[in-house]
Write a protein that binds this ligand. Structure first.
Ligand code: GUN
Length: 300
């Protein structure tokens, strides 16, 4: 059996189109175009590329963007002050601080400082808690949100399916598991100390892998017909001398066993930024609804 290859690039284009239509509808209703503020600390070349892509794609769907570039020696206090200023700025709907942070900054303090209703990364503890409790109104981390869309492009209903998430990070693994649970999958999380990974993977109808270990998941780990989502993306030198991007799944092997599989690149990656745009639109819609409610109250 050769698996269906899930086209993340095409699905991301659909999401961007939906966002562009949503933005146009907001603006037609008299609401300013949503605005995303992106903060980058330091000179990490990969982060610079990600931030440029985020800004470019934000503007392409009709939203506004701001970019703040802080030196790698910027203090945590100066970052927190900037976040506070953006929290108060009525024109800003979304705030994103690009990771990784320099080692002298505390991730927990930074994500907690971002107003939950502008937290388009979904990392503020209030949003984390809302997702964990299955509450409405959460902004959901972009990569897991994109993965759910990819899974739903294959399955109409995933209730009752067995799902294994390999990797327990706060950015992907943990929120991913909570979203799958919300859809009534039977969910497990594997991590660095998990024993017998191969057997556990082989039991999963849905296998989501986010470890950053290239080729960790071999074809024999995959349950026949399973849906395999590869979040990993690692740059490796190839024999030709040109670097290539590889995932956590041995793609050619898994392709022969899985029912559906995401490629790397062109799978999860394009969906992450598309979902950031969707989150920024969601934040702007929620803000517009709040303002409308306040206006209606004060008009009485
Ligand atoms: N760096 C890598 N992935 C992410 C992400 O999803 N959000 C942020 N803010 N930084 C990242």
């Amino acid at each position: 059996m050769t698996a269906r290859i899930i086209d993340g690039k095409a699905l991301a284009a659909v999401v961007r189109e939906e966002v562009a239509e949503g933005v146009a509808a907001l603006v037609a209703g008299g609401v300013p175009a949503p605005e995303l503020a992106v903060i980058l600390i330091g000179e990490d070349p990969a982060s610079r590329v990600y931030v440029s892509n985020k800004v470019r794609q934000t503007e392409a769907v009709g939203m506004r963007s701001r970019r703040y570039l802080l030196g790698s020696d910027a203090t945590e206090r100066s970052l927190l002050e900037l976040i506070e200023e953006l929290n108060r700025d009525l024109a800003v709907n979304g705030i994103l601080v690009q990771f990784p942070l320099p080692p002298h900054m505390d991730i927990a303090r930074v994500v907690t400082a971002i107003r939950p209703d502008k937290d388009v990364d979904g990392f503020n503890p209030l949003n984390v808690g809302r997702i964990a409790a299955g509450m409405e109104g959460a902004l959901v981390p972009c990569t897991p949100l994109g993965v759910m869309r990819l899974i739903k492009s294959v399955h109409q209903d995933i209730a009752g399916l067995g799902a294994l998430v390999v990797g327990a990070s706060n950015v992907v693994g943990r929120p991913m598991a909570r979203l799958l649970l919300q859809e009534l999958c039977t969910v497990s999380i594997a991590h660095i100390r998990t024993t017998d990974l191969e057997r556990r993977c082989r039991e999963a109808d849905i296998l989501v892998v986010a470890t950053g270990v290239p080729g960790l998941i071999r074809g024999r780990f995959v349950k026949p017909g399973a849906t395999v989502i590869d979040v990993g993306i690692t740059r490796v030198a190839s024999a030709s001398g040109v670097d290539k991007l590889v995932g956590d799944v041995a793609f050619d092997e898994a392709l022969e066993v899985a029912g559906a599989i995401t490629p790397v690149p062109g799978g999860v990656g394009p969906m992450t930024i598309a979902c950031l745009l969707a989150n920024t639109l969601s934040a702007a819609r929620m803000e517009a609804a709040r303002r409308k409610a306040v206006e209606a109250e004060t008009a009485v």
